[in-house]
Design a protein around this ligand. Sequence first.
Ligand code: NDP
Length: 478
Amino acid sequence: MPTFDYAPAPESPSIVDIQPSYGLFIGGEMVEPVDGTRFKTVNPATEEVLSEVVAAGPEDVDRAVAAARAAYDGAWSRLSGRDRGKYLYRLARIVQERSRELAVLESIDNGKPIRESRDVDVPLVAAHFFYYAGWADKLAYAGFGADPRPLGVAAQVIPWNFPLLMLAWKIAPALACGNTVVLKPAETTPLTALAFADICRQADLPPGVVNIVTGAGETGRTLVEHRGVDKVAFTGSTEVGRQIARSVAGTRKKVTLELGGKAANVVFDDAPLDQAVEGIVNGIFFNQGHVCCAGSRLLVQESVADELLAGLKRRLTTLRLGDPLDKNTDIGAINSAEQLDKIRMLSEIGETEGAERWSPPCELPERGFWFPPTVFTGVSQSHRIAREEIFGPVLSVLTFRTPTEAVEKANNTPYGLSAGVWTEKGSRILWMAQRLRAGVVWANTFNRFDPTSPFGGYKESGYGREGGRHGLEAYLDV
Ligand code: NDP
């Protein structure tokens, strides 16, 4: 139980101005849809309707792609890198200036704790724009030839787990390289993308360089299949990634896919266990486990398993679940009723298959979508909770005896996005990192992001890299 009580410390929502309805951001203006319909977006912590947004239809998508093409041909591709950089710096600075508003809006729309949107998501958004602003006039030195050219119009489809951060990962490198974009935010989290549309206007970005079309999966499909698109960038489920790969096969479109993961967080017996506990909590309970690189499989060396699990359970009893806008909150709301159903379903399967389920005592709010932090022990590699991405606050614990066994178990997954290693020995970290088939390997830390560091997967986690110098390649004709 918590050592002492905290008084509520809610961040005020009055800083955000959510309009009752929104149009689409096309050609530098908010416009009414031509053939789109409207749907409601809700606050997942309260189920209260926040606003009505457009599900863009084929003609709307067509208009957005045409606006992006006109901006590409007319202005953006001819602008010097230095001038593109100035716009990106401007976007970065406005994100910083409006950071409190963006953090509150993200927490309201997504359900994530304000502590995370304020201290992780929004600062990283600004950092991404700053970082790629710096590249805009240095592309000739990036290792992709003396005069690397942009691709043209990029179609970008992003998920709901880090709405504004995924927008930044997509838009910042695309613009730095001289492309224009049409971006579709996820159905359940459109509001910060629409706020970003306002930031583009505030920055005087030339009309049509960034276009934002809201909608559901069908709008995403129409956008990626549009013939006027030169590049497709997608982050989301492996299943939809596969459909997209099929639909662009045989076209001239360049594609990057950031898909799912089932990362192993490997704790050796010489690891500092208190720190490892913090890393495990950060690995799977950060953002309610809605993280593609989440450390959802804990592999712990058998000799320290009991001690580590006791420490982990003690720590989990101190996590606070509740109002995402409360600054004390550690665990916010699950993003949607559908996602909650999926987490519940897989957790029930975990019990049926014989794993032991544990959650700390924890009161769930009556309204909204909530799931307690959950740990499964006695998990074997064949269990579905050890193989499938749950995308929720659910940890599956397995044990190992030797480093070789740890590597085999860690790599026994169709995914390969990330992994963690906890040990005192530098040599062991390097030994493990060479053998783990994962795009990112964290050592004695987890879920740490930086715009200078490339991120991406092996196997069913997708292809292409985002972030860092490598992230430029996805948006250049090389
Ligand atoms: P999706 O892959 O369906 O959604 C990602 C984005 O793609 C959304 O903007 C979505 O729109 C859009 N989309 C859906 N169908 C298509 C299509 N045929 N063509 C183009 N775009 C499309 O993920 P879900 O939100 O349905 O989540 C399902 C599961 O995926 C989760 O439980 C989780 O396991 C995993 N996931 C993994 C993520 C990751 O980062 N690796 C991120 C999100 C989910 P819309 O929002 O309207 O569906």
